[in-house]
Ligand binder design. Structure first.
Ligand SMILES: NC(=O)c1ccc[n+]([C@@H]2O[C@H](COP(=O)([O-])OP(=O)(O)OC[C@H]3O[C@@H](n4cnc5c(N)ncnc54)[C@H](OP(=O)(O)O)[C@@H]3O)[C@@H](O)[C@H]2O)c1
Length: 239
């Protein structure tokens, strides 16, 4: 059955968010695609898919912006069946090691990447609650957010933000423990070519990764007892 899917951070044609938008549209769903600024690539998709694609501007670093977007979407959609929190930011010092990185950048990365998805879930909860099936929330995390498997000396802001997103997800799993209408996971989506660079050595194209995740998400919708931090194969990843 066709569903209403909302995906954040969707403006870049080579990245994961846009390719998930494309796959869900190809499969017949309605998609709410959020962006920070106008995206030529999405406007082109709209020429093909018309009313089934709704583009909304939303900065997940701002509660005001997220609440305004929720109000806008509420006027056009009865419910959201699947929310994919995909948007992410990193600091300019992301690749630097501890002694070279400006630590004052970290808070912003955490605010957008970890708090942002929680802002979105809170503001869009009324629409999720109206889903006729189990509303699914998929927070796109990363193996880089695993504390147990941490091996890096760089990506400090990104790793901290994804670990915080995982914690936020688990807190919400507790919040919604007795609510049969909503189910949540954090997912490492695999190593994906999402930067548009031809020399990127990641094994998955953004389009193929989007299809792997689309199938996984449907398998997981009613899974309430399995692990909450999972890989793109649905296997448990250590927090
Ligand atoms: N690529 C990989 O191998 C890999 C591995 C593990 C996990 N992941 C995760 O997979 C997801 C997608 O990765 P990606 O590489 O495709 O991401 P990306 O290319 O960096 O795209 C992220 C999107 O988030 C948006 N964004 C940034 N700040 C925002 C804000 N304040 N409010 C709203 N949107 C904002 C960006 O918008 P603008 O276009 O306006 O900047 C962009 O469209 C991310 O969560 C990432 O951490 C990726």
């Amino acid at each position: 059955m066709a569903q209403n899917v909302m995906i954040t951070g969707t403006g870049r044609s080579y990245a994961l968010g846009y390719n998930m938008v494309l796959r869900y549209l190809e499969c017949g769903d309605k998609v709410i695609a959020t962006v920070r600024k106008e995206s030529e690539a999405l406007l082109k998709l709209k020429e093909t898919y018309g009313e089934r694609l709704y583009i909304v501007t939303m900065d997940i670093g701002s509660t005001e912006s997220v609440c305004a977007a929720a109000k806008e979407v509420e006027q056009r959609f009865d419910c959201i069946d699947l929310l994919i929190n995909n948007a992410v930011t990193v600091s300019p010092d992301c690749d630097k090691d501890f002694f070279d990185a400006n630590l004052d950048y970290i808070a912003h990365t955490v605010d957008v990447t970890a708090v942002g998805p929680l802002r979105v879930i809170k503001a869009f909860y009324p629409l999720l609650a109206k889903s006729k099936e189990t509303a699914l929330v998929m927070n796109i995390s990363s193996e880089a957010g695993s504390i147990g498997r941490c091996y890096r000396t760089n990506l400090i802001d990104y790793g901290m933000a994804k670990a915080a997103l995982n914690m936020g997800t688990m807190n919400l799993v507790n919040v919604f423990k007795n609510d049969d209408n909503i189910n949540l996971f954090c997912v490492h989506p695999g190593w994906i070519r999402t930067d548009g660079r031809p020399d990127n050595k990641a094994p998955l194209s953004a389009y193929d990764a989007a299809e792997i995740l689309r199938k996984l998400f449907e398998e997981k919708r009613e899974d309430r007892t399995g692990p909450r931090f999972i890989t793109n194969e649905g296997k448990e990843y250590p927090f």
